[in-house]
Design a protein around this ligand. Sequence first.
Ligand code: FMN
Length: 135
Amino acid sequence: MNIEVRYYSRGGNTKKIALAIAKAVGVEAKTVSEPLTEDVDILFLGSAPYAFDVDDEVKKFISGIGVSVGKAVNFSTSAAVKSTRKYIEKLFAEKKIPVADDEFSCRGAFAMLHKDRPNENDQKAAAEFAKKIIS
Ligand SMILES: Cc1cc2nc3c(=O)[nH]c(=O)nc-3n(C[C@H](O)[C@H](O)[C@H](O)COP(=O)(O)O)c2cc1C
């Protein structure tokens, strides 16, 4: 099974979750600046909202997918919204790539909010989530 982990992280919060997920599934976490070069069974894609949307880099990555992807699995960190799913699912739909109903999201530190998140528990939960997805 070919598994890939891609993420975009300005402040390091989403990167922490990406690293936990990648370790759990035994692959390297790469940023969205690295396009997919081979067909993928499961793509874990991590992002965060900035002013009610994901960064253009994330959109460019999805729009630029030129390989077959069995399913995408969203993960995100945020200060307030539930997840970034609503910002990315249309782009995946255009690519006819299904997005798994299951996703991982947790709070990420922002200004005075959610200090120290994601914490160790968040990272453990992300790892458990990823293992369940690939089992
Ligand atoms: C400029 C800016 C805008 C943000 N806008 C939102 C937002 O619209 N909704 C939200 O839930 N969180 C928002 N946040 C919080 C981030 O999504 C949160 O801190 C996230 O964990 C950042 O992930 P990163 O460290 O991987 O970049 C914003 C943060 C910044 C810096």
